[in-house]
Design a protein around this ligand. Structure first.
Ligand SMILES: NC(=O)C1=CN([C@@H]2O[C@H](COP(=O)(O)OP(=O)(O)OC[C@H]3O[C@@H](n4cnc5c(N)ncnc54)[C@H](O)[C@@H]3O)[C@@H](O)[C@H]2O)C=CC1
Ligand SMILES: CC(=O)C(=O)O
Ligand SMILES: [Mg+2]
Length: 553
């Protein structure tokens, strides 16, 4: 009542005060009732209804929203993150009621330095930035892609405990090449084709300058940029400030941790990773990011002259050095004629043929194309040279997965290790056996990478910091879990794993002398922390949703 008096609220509210716990229960009851009332309706209708009720809570009461999200992360992540966030982006202009985050468009050129001061919070620590050009596997969604930074930052709050007042989702609207959106009367973005070349880069440059003028130490995560700009911006900025590209680097770390897990699942020592035959389908930002990090790992294990057995395919089939106009980023993974002639393979060979002839240990999809691991491809994995062949269908959202787990276990056999990018239920194999479905999604790493980088006050995010994140995730699982085909922790443990990953990243920054400290904790203090103390320090810095007093006695 003191608060009500001080804030001039007496009479503007009903007399009884409802506690946080009661509000929580009331929301959860409303959510369960919505589940009952929408039973039997199409998945998309149910998912959007769930997203709406959560989004309304987000707008109304941030503290309660994040508490229900944290406590029910397994149920709610698929709504605020993949797969439903994809559907939300596709329908964003129709669903739009109020804005969230900031929108910088090509029309704002020359204005961004003053615009950044329109953001009402005084401090921003974490920014997720997209240009909407490659939203999950759904293509160019223009301004509607803002849903992705919002969803990623929700995961930052839930998993890394970043204070929601200090996050900023950003859309750089440079136009769209999506004709359907350009013709949609409700479309909320610029109605012009995407900027290209120097014009495009000048917009991104202006934005990053503006951000750093106001918040020099904010960590910037680039998300869902089409491959050419993903690589170009990473190259352009990574040495200049604290940024990373989640699709290239976050995904790579999660995939590498999973690949290490598959070696352990075969009962082999980790160094055997250098001998694994890995077929990667998709030569975009994600696929190339994974191969680059895998190559670095093989070089560490077997020396720089190691010759890894990686095979890379894109929409034109197997990539070889004979490929005309080859993407320079794919060149290190292109096969030379002599490497494949014994296998009877050739430039442009199709996926089924490659799998049949290579007999890979791992088949990993980051193509964005649903169903391309069809029956023939999956059956060919039965002839794999591994005792536990691994199938990673990592594309998002659900319909874009290269295969579903039911088909994978049915056609490739019950001994496989399986992972998908979006969540699927475990598969009942009969006889009391369960086919475990892992979620190989960068959500296991990006919150820890961002948090570790932030708390270290690192000048930039180095490969060593990213490797530390991947190794931390890989070693999180016990041998017993790995033997059961469980490669990643349950999402219920996301805060715990993020604290460990964050600490690993922070310690790597300190070891490389990149850490400048954060807040009251200077570089010297960070240097003197043991591993356990660092983890505790990271945990202590996580925000947790509770009501604070609004007026102090
Ligand atoms: N699970 C996770 O954590 C992550 C999943 N992804 C998913 O990966 C997918 C790809 O993302 P990006 O690499 O950024 O896209 P991208 O557009 O840069 O690359 C797609 C690649 O797939 C190839 N491709 C297209 N059709 C193909 C076909 N029929 N057969 C073989 N290859 C084909 C293209 O040639 C291109 O090389 C998306 O669906 C995205 O959601 C991306 C990042 C993280
Ligand atoms: C998970 C993610 O970052 C993607 O699908 O793009
Ligand atoms: Mg992404």
């Amino acid at each position: 009542m003191t608060e009500r008096d001080r804030l001039g609220l007496r009479g503007l509210l009903p007399p009884r005060v409802i506690s946080f716990e009661q509000q929580y229960d009331r929301f959860m009851e409303a959510f369960r009732s919505l589940e009952r009332n929408t039973e039997g309706q199409p998945d998309s209708v149910v998912s959007l209804a769930k997203w709406r009720i959560l989004n309304r809570l987000h707008d109304r009461n941030e503290t309660l929203y994040y508490r229900v999200l944290i406590d029910n992360i397994k149920n709610f992540a698929p709504i605020i993150y993949t797969p439903t966030v994809g559907l939300v982006c596709q329908n964003y202009s129709g669903l739009f009621r109020r804005p969230r985050g900031m929108y910088f468009s090509a029309k704002d050129k020359g204005e961004m330095m003053s615009m950044i001061f329109n953001w009402p919070s005084s401090q921003v620590d974490m920014i997720v930035l997209t240009d909407g050009s490659r939203i999950l596997g759904l293509g160019d969604l223009g301004v509607q892609g803002i849903g992705i930074p919002i969803g990623k930052l929700d995961m930052y709050v839930a998993a890394a405990g970043i204070n929601p007042q200090r996050v900023l989702p950003v859309m750089l609207d440079v136009g769209t090449n999506n004709q359907k959106l350009l013709e949609d009367p409700l479309y909320l973005g610029l109605r012009q084709p995407r900027l290209e070349g120097e014009e495009y880069l000048s917009i991104v440059d202006e934005f990053v300058d503006a951000v750093h003028a106001r918040w020099p130490k904010a960590v910037v995560q680039f998300e869902d940029f089409q491959a050419k700009w993903a690589f170009e911006t990473l190259d352009r900025y990574r040495k200049k400030f604290c940024m990373f590209n989640d699709d290239i680097q976050g995904t790579a770390g999660v995939a590498l941790a999973g690949l290490f897990g598959t070696v352990r699942a075969q009962g082999r020592p980790l160094t055997d990773f250098a001998n694994q035959k890995i077929v990667v389908v998709g030569a975009g930002s994600a696929g190339l990011g994974v191969l680059k990090m895998a190559l670095q790992a093989v070089s560490r294990m077997a020396g720089p002259s190691a010759d890894p057995h990686f095979f890379l395919l894109d929409k034109n089939g197997l990539i070889t050095k004979d490929r005309k106009d080859i993407d320079p980023a794919a060149l290190p993974f292109a096969k030379a004629h002599h490497e494949i002639e014994e296998l009877g393979l050739h430039e442009g060979a199709g996926l089924a043929e490659v799998v049949k002839k290579v007999k890979p240990h791992v088949l990993l999809g980051l193509s964005g194309v649903g169903g391309i691991f069809h029956e023939e491809v999956l059956r060919a994995m039965r002839e794999s040279d591994s005792v536990r062949p691994a199938i990673f269908a990592m594309s998002n959202p659900t319909n874009n997965a290269e295969c579903c787990p039911v088909d994978a276990f049915k056609h490739a056999g019950e001994d496989i290790v399986f992972a998908s990018g979006s969540p699927f239920a475990n598969v009942d194999l009969g006889n009391g056996k369960i086919g475990h479905v892992n979620q190989a999604n960068n959500m296991y790493l990006f919150p820890g990478i961002g948090l570790g980088a932030l708390l270290s006050g690192a000048r930039n995010i180095s490969d060593t910091m990213l490797e530390a994140a991947a190794e931390c995730l890989a070693s999180y699982m016990s041998d017993d879990e790995i033997k059961r085909g469980i490669l990643y922790p349950s999402i219920d443990d996301i805060r715990d794993i993020t604290a460990e990953v964050g600490a690993a990243v922070l310690r790597a920054a300190v070891a490389e002398d990149l850490a400048e400290g954060h807040g009251d904790v200077g570089a010297k203090e960070l240097q003197h922390m043991s591993k356990e103390e660092t983890i505790e320090h990271v945990r202590q810095n996580m925000w947790y949703p509770v009501y604070g007093p609004l007026v102090h006695e």
